[in-house]
Design a protein around this ligand. Structure first.
Ligand code: KDG
Length: 317
């Protein structure tokens, strides 16, 4: 059975063929997006056994998502299908300057109807890691209950919980509700992987040291605060260390970098690396992911990662 299990919604992702305001975009390319399946795919590419729990609509989009994620080597045997709700969809808007935006069509989606009854028993409790994000509890009341039920079962079975807050303000009724729910999850997790801005929003703390300390104070054993191009700061109860990032020539698409970071961090831990080494691997994959458009297209295999880190020469032909 999988060593890592994750839980969350994946959507058909509609990408503009060119950058510019969505209102005037006429050509699009289809791919897929979902923070948790991104992490699962990242781990599978690196050769790990990983499973994804979700719910899809009984429609061609659901079929596409299932085949794609499964085709990447992720265990989808606990992804269910419902005829009562559609598969979610999202659009990405790429602006030449400034931040890009996303537009969600996921309210009432199949995944938002997940309940604790959708949680498989042994699949979850036999894993070594359960990876969660702050997106899933925002999707519906029943999704929030499902996440907290998964947390409870994981804790009872001594499954290590990793948590990426993944703040998505568009999905929450209020910032207060988002904060209080996500702080509860920080408190339940063993590993917390916030971005620096997410940490600022959640903890009223400014610098990465204070954000990591806030995660540990709430009960985490390990926190890695993502600092973008500057790398990350990783802390446990004994040490705090800054781990330098990787230079990339051109950032094509920063979305998905955090998921790459999580995949790299967990892959490192699964291979027995210490937190600093795992963070260094996480930084490499986060950086690698930004060089390609799309969330998962840029996630490397182990061989590609070694080439990127200068540990082996590429052979192209
Ligand atoms: O981390 C990338 C995700 O933001 C993207 O894949 C879509 O899961 C997604 C979301 O809910 O925004």
């Amino acid at each position: 059975s999988p060593r890592v299990v994750t839980l969350g919604e994946t959507m058909v992702l509609i990408n503009p063929a060119e950058s510019g305001p969505m209102k005037y975009t006429t050509e699009f390319k289809k791919s897929l997006g979902g923070a948790e399946s991104n992490v699962a795919i990242g781990l599978a590419r690196l050769g790990h056994d990983v499973g994804w729990i979700s719910k899809l609509g009984a429609d061609p989009h659901g079929e596409y998502l299932r085949s794609f994620v499964r085709g990447e080597g992720v265990d989808t045997s606990h992804v269910t299908t419902t005829p009562d709700a559609p598969t979610g969809i999202m659009f990405k808007e790429r602006r030449a300057l400034g931040e890009s935006s996303v537009y969600y069509y996921r309210h009432g989606s199949a995944a938002s109807t997940m309940t604790p009854a959708d949680l498989p028993e042994a699949f979850l409790t036999d894993a070594e890691y359960l990876h969660l994000t702050g997106i899933t509890p925002a999707l519906s009341d029943s999704c929030r209950e499902t996440v907290f039920a998964a947390v409870e079962r994981a804790r009872e079975a001594d499954v290590t919980i990793s948590f990426d807050p993944n703040l998505r303000e568009k999905l929450w009724d209020s910032t207060e509700e988002m904060r209080s729910t996500l702080l509860d999850l920080v408190g339940a997790a063993d590993i917390v992987l916030p971005g620096i801005e997410e940490g600022r929003t959640l903890f009223d703390a400014d610098d990465p040291e204070a954000i990591a300390a806030a995660c540990l104070d709430r009960g985490a054993d390990l926190a890695a605060v993502k600092l973008g191009a500057a790398g990350a700061l990783v802390a446990d109860h004994a040490t705090t260390e800054r781990v330098a990032g990787y230079d990339v020539e051109r950032v094509v698409d920063p979305v998905g970098a955090g998921d790459g970071f999580a995949a790299g961090f967990l892959a490192g831990r699964l291979r027995g690396l210490d937190p600093v080494e795992a963070t260094e691997r996480a930084n490499a994959i986060g950086a690698f992911a930004t060089t390609v458009a799309g969330d998962i297209e840029g996630l490397p295999t182990s061989e590609e990662l070694e080439v990127f880190r200068g540990e082996r020469d590429a052979v192209y032909r």
